[in-house]
Design a protein around this ligand. Structure first.
Ligand code: ZN
Ligand code: ZN
Length: 83
């Protein structure tokens, strides 16, 4: 899939998620890994399902993306930040 298409989907998914949270259709949850309630992001596993997200704090969200990039071979090794 061309990168441009992916970015468009991502943008749309993030927008729809933000709207759903603002309208109270979706409740922001604590981080699924550490339970933190500050700086929680909705992480999309699949951008074609904008309202299916995993709630992760900024720290674990970054980790999740490192892991994914490693799987895709974009980076050689995961850099685990200290918790
Ligand atoms: Zn966390
Ligand atoms: Zn994410």
């Amino acid at each position: 899939m061309p990168v441009r298409t992916v970015n468009k989907r991502k943008l749309r998914a993030q927008l729809m998620l933000r709207e759903a949270v603002l309208e109270g259709r979706l409740i922001r949850q604590p981080c699924a890994i550490c339970g933190s309630t500050t700086n929680v992001h909705g992480h999309h596993e699949n951008y074609s399902k904008p309202l299916e997200v995993q709630w992760l704090c900024a720290h674990h969200h970054a980790k999740m993306h490192n892991l994914r990039m490693q799987k895709e071979g974009r980076i050689k090794r995961v850099v685990w930040l200290s918790v």
